[in-house]
Design a protein around this ligand. Structure first.
Ligand SMILES: NC(=O)c1ccc[n+]([C@@H]2O[C@H](COP(=O)([O-])OP(=O)(O)OC[C@H]3O[C@@H](n4cnc5c(N)ncnc54)[C@H](OP(=O)(O)O)[C@@H]3O)[C@@H](O)[C@H]2O)c1
Length: 356
C-alpha cells in the first residue's frame, strides 16, 4: 500500500461522496489515513438516517485510526441529529488531524471544526483552492436549498433548433439522440425528485425512472411528482411500482416546491412540458437549465416554453452559459440565470467613455 498525501485522499473522498444519494442530507465522502499516511478506511454517507461518512470510514479503519488523519469532504457535524456528532466520534477514535473540504452551511450541524479544535485535534480546511471549490460544488445545490428553504430546481428540456418541444401531432419521441437521453438519465439519478405536469403525464405516459441503455432500472430511483389539478388514470406508467410517485394538486410552483421541501426534497429536476416550464420560469423558480438542442427543424408544434410574459426583447429572460458541449448528435447547454447587478449602459466604464 502506498503512502497517500492529504490532497490525494481528498480527491478520493470527493469521488466516494458521489456514491451517496441526493436528499435531505449532503453527499459526503471520507478517507482515514493511519499515522504513516496509509489508507486504512473509507466511507460515504448513504442518506438521512444512516451513519455519516466519518463514522463509516472510522469503523472500517478500526483502532489504526488513533494518531492518524481523517480527510472528509465536509466539515464534521457537531450536533445530535438522528446520529451522534461526528466531531465526538473523531475525538473518541483518537485521530490527530482532520482535514475537511468545505464548511458546513447547516445552521444546526455546523461548528464541528471549532469543537474538534477545542478537543485538541489539529483541524484544517484542505490547502488546495481547487479541492475546496470541488468540495463546495459537490453540495452546492443542497447548500442553495438550505439557504432558500426550498429545493434547487434544474429545468431539463429537449428542443429542436427552432425551439420546439413536440411536433404538430404532439409527438416528441425522440427529439434527441441516445447519448443525450443517457445523459438525461444520469441527471435524473443525481436529483431526488423528477417533476412533470399532468399534461406530460397524459400526453407521453412517461415512466420517469432512471434506466441504463438496456432499459434496466437503477437501484436507487428519485421520487416522481405530477403537478396539476386533473386526475391521471391509475394505468399510467408514472404510477407503476418502479418508484414512488407523489401527486401535487396545485398549479402554484412555490406551493409545489414547499410540499416537496417538507417531504425532504432538495433537488428537483423539472421535466414537464412548456406549460409547467413557463410557470416556474415566470415565478423565478428555475435555478439551472440543461437544454439538449437537436440539429432538427419542425417549423410547427409546441414551443419549448409557453408565454412567460415577455413582450419586448429588452425584457428577455437571460441566462449565462456554464458549459456547452456536443453529446452524440446533439448540443448540451448548461445555463444559469444571469444575475444583473448593473445594466451595461450604466457601468462606470461606459459612462466614462460617453463623457469623454
Ligand atoms: N421536449 C421536451 O423536453 C418535453 C418535455 C416534457 C413534455 N414535452 C411535451 O409537452 C407536451 C405537454 O405539454 P404540457 O404543457 O401540457 O405539459 P406540462 O407542462 O407537463 O403539463 C401542463 C399541465 O399541468 C397542469 N399545471 C400544473 N401547474 C400548472 C401551472 N402553473 N400553470 C398551468 N398549468 C399547470 C395543468 O393541468 P391541470 O388542468 O391538471 O391543472 C396543465 O395543463 C407533450 O406533447 C410532451 O411531449 C416535451
Amino acid at each position: 500500500m502506498a503512502v497517500v498525501r492529504e490532497d490525494q485522499a481528498m480527491t478520493r473522498a470527493l469521488r466516494l461522496a458521489r456514491h451517496g444519494p441526493a436528499g435531505p442530507n449532503p453527499r459526503v465522502g471520507c478517507v482515514v489515513l493511519d499515522p504513516d499516511g496509509l489508507v486504512i478506511g473509507e466511507g460515504w454517507h448513504e442518506g438521512a438516517g444512516t451513519p455519516h461518512a466519518e463514522v463509516v470510514a472510522l469503523a472500517a479503519a478500526g483502532p489504526g485510526a488513533r494518531g492518524g488523519t481523517v480527510v472528509v469532504t465536509l466539515e464534521p457535524c457537531a450536533h445530535h441529529g438522528r446520529t451522534g456528532p461526528c466531531a465526538d466520534a473523531l475525538v473518541a477514535a483518537g485521530v490527530r488531524r482532520v482535514v475537511y473540504g468545505c464548511e458546513d452551511a447547516h445552521p444546526v450541524a455546523a461548528g464541528g471544526a471549532v469543537s474538534l479544535g477545542s478537543a485538541g485535534v489539529d483541524v484544517a480546511e484542505v490547502a488546495d483552492p481547487a479541492l475546496q471549490a470541488a468540495a463546495r460544488a459537490l453540495i452546492e445545490r443542497w447548500t442553495f436549498a438550505l439557504r432558500h428553504s426550498r429545493p434547487f430546481v434544474t429545468w431539463k428540456l429537449a428542443t429542436t433548433l427552432d425551439g420546439r418541444s413536440a411536433a404538430r401531432d404532439g409527438s416528441s419521441r425522440w427529439i434527441t439522440g441516445p447519448l443525450a437521453r443517457a445523459d438525461a438519465h444520469r441527471l435524473r439519478s443525481e436529483c431526488d425528485t423528477v417533476l412533470v405536469g399532468t399534461g406530460t403525464a397524459l400526453a407521453d405516459d412517461p415512466q420517469l425512472t432512471v434506466r441504463d441503455a438496456a432499459g434496466q432500472l437503477a437501484g436507487r430511483q428519485p421520487v416522481r411528482a405530477v403537478m396539476g389539478l386533473r386526475d391521471v388514470p391509475a394505468s399510467v406508467r408514472l404510477l407503476d411500482s418502479d418508484a414512488l410517485t407523489v401527486r401535487l394538486r396545485t398549479r402554484d410552483p412555490a406551493a409545489a416546491l414547499e410540499e416537496l421541501w417538507v417531504a425532504g426534497s432538495r433537488h428537483v429536476l423539472l421535466e414537464g412540458g412548456p406549460t409547467l416550464a413557463a410557470s416556474f420560469v415566470a415565478a423565478g423558480l428555475v435555478d439551472e437549465v440543461i437544454a439538449y438542442v437537436a440539429p432538427a427543424l419542425l417549423g410547427a408544434g409546441a414551443p419549448a416554453i409557453a408565454d412567460v410574459g415577455v413582450h419586448s426583447i429588452a425584457d428577455a429572460r437571460l441566462y449565462e452559459i456554464v458549459d456547452a458541449s456536443v453529446v452524440g448528435t446533439d448540443v448540451r447547454l448548461h445555463l444559469r440565470p444571469r444575475v444583473e447587478t448593473l445594466a451595461a449602459e450604466d457601468s462606470p466604464e461606459l459612462q466614462a467613455l460617453a463623457d469623454a
